[in-house]
Design a protein around this ligand. Structure first.
Ligand code: SF4
Ligand code: FES
Length: 149
């Protein structure tokens, strides 16, 4: 397992878990001043406002990026109109994206993830089950269109 990285700026601490990143690059696209893999320290939270950094992290589909606010008066994703119900969404040629309040348990019933978001592998090629690790791109996984309900 790779170690979880931590980056602190006034008002916010950002953590990144490389073990569950699905390499969707949404962070790089949404806030390139803060997220840039060409730099040695690829997350620089001081390069934007706390609200901008938090909003960009809320769009991370896997939960690899998380944040803790120093000022707890900042609105949570739920208060900003974010997810209040739990959803599981298929992604084209990629993982199942889980959002909202949920518990993910292992075979023995031990909790692996308690809430927030997660990207679960459905191609079978991940080396970090049950999470997607981006391997679907390497193996050229092709999802079938979900049947209409
Ligand atoms: S999964 Fe999250 S951290 Fe990984 S590239 Fe996508 S947005 Fe960035
Ligand atoms: S769906 Fe991403 S590694 Fe399997």
């Amino acid at each position: 397992m790779k170690r979880v990285q931590s980056y602190t700026a006034p008002g916010i601490t950002v953590t990144f878990d490389p073990n569950v990143c699905i390499h969707s690059k949404e962070c790089l696209a949404s806030l390139p001043a803060v997220f840039d893999t060409r730099r040695r320290s690829w997350v620089q939270p001081a390069a934007a406002s706390v609200a901008e950094v938090a909003a960009a992290i809320d769009r991370c589909p896997s939960g690899a990026l998380k944040y803790v606010l120093e000022d707890r008066t900042e609105p949570t994703p739920e208060q900003r109109g974010g997810e209040v119900e739990t959803t599981i969404q298929t992604s084209t040629n990629g993982p199942l994206l889980v959002k909202g309040a949920f518990q993910l348990l292992d075979e023995s019933g031990k909790q692996i993830v308690s809430a927030g978001r997660a990207a679960l592998c459905r191609c079978g090629a991940t080396e970090n089950q049950p999470f997607c690790d981006g391997s679907h791109q390497r193996v050229g996984f092709q999802s079938k269109k979900s049947p209409a309900v």
